[in-house]
Ligand binder design. Sequence first.
Ligand SMILES: *Cc1c(COP(=O)(O)O)cnc(C)c1O
Length: 412
Amino acid sequence: MTKPTSLEEAQHLDLNDPFAPFRASFAIAPGLIYLDGNSLGPLQHGVRERLAETVSEQWGVGLIRSWNTYDWIDLSTSVAARIAPLIGAPQGTVAVADSTSVNLFKLLAAALRLRPERKVILSEKGNFPTDLYVATKLAEFLGQGHELRTVEASGIADAIDADTAVVLLTEVNYRTGSRLDMAQISAIARKAGALTLWDLAHSAGAFPVDVEAAGVDFAVGCGYKYLNGGPGAPSFAYVAAQHLAGLFQPIGGWQSHVAPFSFSEDYEPAPSIEVLRTGTPPVLSLAGLDAALAIFEGIDMAALRRKADQLFDIFVGNVEAGCPQLELLTPRDPGKRGTQASFAFDNAYAAVQAMIARGVIGDFRSPDIMRFGLTPLYLSHQDVWQAARILCEVMSSRAWDNPAYMTKAKVV
Ligand SMILES: *Cc1c(COP(=O)(O)O)cnc(C)c1O
């Protein structure tokens, strides 16, 4: 067990925190402790200004001219260029378009085409539902006998065999926060002749990621979680350089054409990562994501991760000392987890609502999980110290045992 931290120790860590100045970039209400940046990253002042300018000047005044004057048409390429270093991808191997679900569909289809004789898509039981649904629906749609096989995390390596076409995994589990060994599993897959498609929704922007060093074939990730791009921000897709030539794009809309404005009736794919574009880019969303990513410029992701680990130790250490009835689901070993802390509790939904009423926003995941995202750009050591105190107060006073906290909203 991690030993509890005193308020003085937390305050001392804040005084020596190189990331403390970043808090001022975020529009989080004073006094609010936001532990849900793993689900929806918060607004930055710079993002609000950029969106306002894009709406009033670029759209309002510039109208259609802005596709050229403000280079809207290449905005997704510049956003991709900002994301590439965050995931260890060489320039020209990342595209930004559509949602994570749609990019999963595109890349899984592309990967299956590269292994036509193999029929198994291997994934983890308990993977994020969209990954499993997309794999199932694509297999059904192809009608070529593909099947989705899911196994426990501990059985993945052994389940990769000569029938495996694609290993489809999420690096950090959205419920427990446990992290798979992306490099090791990718190496095993490669040796067996299988391809890998990694979902980095809870990795990109949270800690150093290096898809190239890990030998990943394909990856997708989310723009609105740790990257703070705003609700429904576009997703990113990575394709290892060796798979770029001739990549099959199953939703090859006009923006994936080599020359969209030739309006040619013959489809000729863009000979680059831009082939992953589909239709007209969502300029407002892209502008928000572009502005949100500026904060990552020059950031030391390893140092950011070290602070996240410190936040984890304070939060988890104090929760375990103060309310031992909660069961930690997240691995303690920093190498085996992302940057969230999850606890199991029978009345998790109500307990999270009681915390929100007390100014601490975390979230609930079915069936009984309380989830807390530890995001060092805008959380102080004192914040997580306070959050642990409030959680334990909710537990010891049974504040969760209140009908007002029991009715689930549509979005949980
Ligand atoms: C959040 C999340 C997604 C989201 O996909 P959308 O298409 O943006 O809704 C996908 N995969 C994982 C693992 C996630 O956590």
